[in-house]
Design a protein around this ligand. Sequence first.
Ligand SMILES: [Zn+2]
Length: 190
Amino acid sequence: MDFTISARILISTDSFPVIGLSVLQPAPGGSLVYGQIQLTQQYFGSPLVIEGILYNLKPSTSHGLHVHETGDLSQACLSLGGHFNPHGKLHGSEKSSERHLGDLGNVLTDEFGIANIYLVIQDGSLFGAQGWIGRSIAVSEFQDDLGENIDEGSQRSGNSGGSLACGVIGIKYPVGSLPNENKMYDYIRQ
Ligand SMILES: [Zn+2]
């Protein structure tokens, strides 16, 4: 029997994976929270794997984690803008369809106040028109209610309070150009 298997895939000559790194520094005003978060994207359209660790949070608590619109730390964590929301949606959980693209849910701390982070986000991208590199990540003071309450604060930011620490998402890899999504093309492989 003669048959052909074909696969249609997006390819790029650019360098992958793309890795972003955010070093989170304490917000002024008494916070001692710090840590770092790494984001890895294997190819255009692939999920983002988000891994990291945060220190000096309160033991056994939940704290909202968000990507913010800008990487403007001129007023530390106060000048980051809102949650990154290019689709004009309401605030939500990292798993819901109605969510800001920057909504990453909550991180949980252990009895020492350390949060180990491992998250897979299906619809984020480090590069391209809605790329996260150059923006920022912040961990908030309180638990994010994930937009499940009816008040305006819930639907805007999950009532998670101010930021305890924040950092810009910088480029860790590649050291050359970031991939250009406009240069990708369909490739028919048989
Ligand atoms: Zn949000």
